[in-house]
Design a protein around this ligand. Structure first.
Ligand code: ZN
Length: 399
């Protein structure tokens, strides 16, 4: 989210404060918590210009530091953590972890913190003490087995807060609360003998956030629509929050945009009726070691472009009209596209697509870049696909 803000600012976008009377700017954005909504006003647009929206989510599953994290025994200092979302727990073992997030001071000010150093680690039990692990599988109890070590000796309550104050250059006495997560400090890399893959943390769904931001900045062609990106928080835990896709964040800002540009409620409803949305969230690429897990006729392949996700039971919001619209955008951008349908005997994941479609009544298409290892601490995707998605979204904005 922060990098999207930095990129928008560098491209001339202005931040608008939603807690004050609306300031109508042509290229602007609103930040609420870890969510962001940004827009570009097309040249010569009317107050009832329909919106072309790209939705994505900023959050990823992982381990979050508890409010009272100091613990430890037997010569180890440990940090209490809470599991956020549907993380592949095994992927967090034996990684060197940094700490990042936000600290709120008692005056209400918010400070971003990112310590890109190996601070903590969740050590796996040695095979000698878990002889059946390779045959029977690894079973991790979230409460007992995921507590990272972050040093040795005798810890005491307050140790973590004191460390945080020191590393974030804040006065310990002023720290009121924090929202901090652990992250693998290994940087993203281009991988493969042919360098055709990207390995990184949080590809789901920061890849789509990156593509949406790129598309908004690049969408310069004349259009009668207003391009908007909505990067929500809390998708991995159900989207029901003030910054999630089930909340009123996007609807509120769209209405204020119309009002700010001189339209009344009627103009807003007219704009909504002509709008559409692309919900961008990564898809499951076919895994070469588990091809049977995918529907044989609809297996997304890496580096073959974004997949249009279809589910008749509306776990994805795609309709014939919206699929055709996205297909047209891909063709305009000269980007390949493919289709994902899950097996009838395998439950399908969901996305923010059906939520925004339900909340706003806007026709929506679910799409996503195919990847492997979804919800692992380290995920894998094709190196060409992020660009394909960005180009397709850019074309969608200006169709
Ligand atoms: Zn996702």
């Amino acid at each position: 989210m922060r990098s999207s803000v930095d990129r928008l600012r560098a491209a001339g976008w202005e931040q608008v404060d939603e807690t004050t009377p609306w300031r109508a700017v042509d290229n602007g954005f609103v930040v609420r918590g870890a969510a962001l909504v940004a827009w570009r006003r097309p040249v010569g647009s009317s107050t009832a210009s329909p919106f072309r929206i790209v939705g994505a989510h900023t959050d990823s599953p992982g381990l979050r530091i508890k409010p009272r994290p100091d613990m430890g025994q037997f010569g180890w200092r440990q940090l209490g953590v809470e599991v956020y979302g549907g993380a592949l727990l095994n992927s967090w073992l034996d990684r060197d972890l940094g700490i990042a997030g936000r600290v709120v001071l008692d005056d209400g000010s918010v400070h971003d913190v990112a310590v890109h150093e190996p601070i903590a680690r969740v050590p796996q039990l040695a095979i000698h003490l878990d002889r059946e692990v390779n045959d029977k599988g690894l079973v991790l109890d979230k409460q007992l087995h995921l507590t990272p070590v972050w040093g040795t000796g005798v810890g005491a309550p307050g140790d973590f807060a004191a460390w945080l104050a020191d590393r974030a250059n804040l006065d310990l006495a002023t720290i009121a609360w924090w929202e901090l997560c652990l992250f693998d400090i290994t940087p993203a890399i281009v991988l493969g003998a042919d360098r055709s893959l990207i390995a990184s943390a949080r590809l789901d769904n920061q890849l789509s956030c990156w593509a949406a931001t790129t598309a908004l900045i690049d969408a310069r062609a004349p259009t009668s629509h207003t391009p908007v990106i909505a990067l929500f928080d809390h998708e991995e835990v159900g989207s029901e929050s003030s910054t999630g896709a089930s909340g009123p964040l996007l609807a509120t800002i769209l209405e204020r945009l119309t009002n700010g540009w001189g339209g009344e409620r009627e103009a807003f409803l007219e704009a909504l009726a002509g709008s559409s949305c692309v919900s961008a969230d990564n898809a499951h690429a076919v895994h070469p070691n588990y091809p049977e897990r995918q529907e044989p006729g609809h297996r997304p392949i890496v580096n073959h472009g974004p997949a249009i996700k279809v589910n008749s039971n509306q776990r994805y919001a795609t309709s014939a009209e919206t699929a055709a619209l996205f297909r047209r955008a891909c063709e305009r951008a000269e980007v390949p596209w493919q289709v994902f349908v899950s097996r009838n005997n395998m439950p399908c994941g969901s996305t923010i697509g059906p939520l925004t479609a339900t909340a706003l009544g806007i026709p929506t298409v679910d799409v996503g870049v195919p990847q492997l290892s979804m919800h692992s601490a380290r995920e894998l995707c094709g190196a060409s696909d992020p660009q394909y998605l960005a180009k397709a979204l850019s074309a969608y904005f200006t169709l």
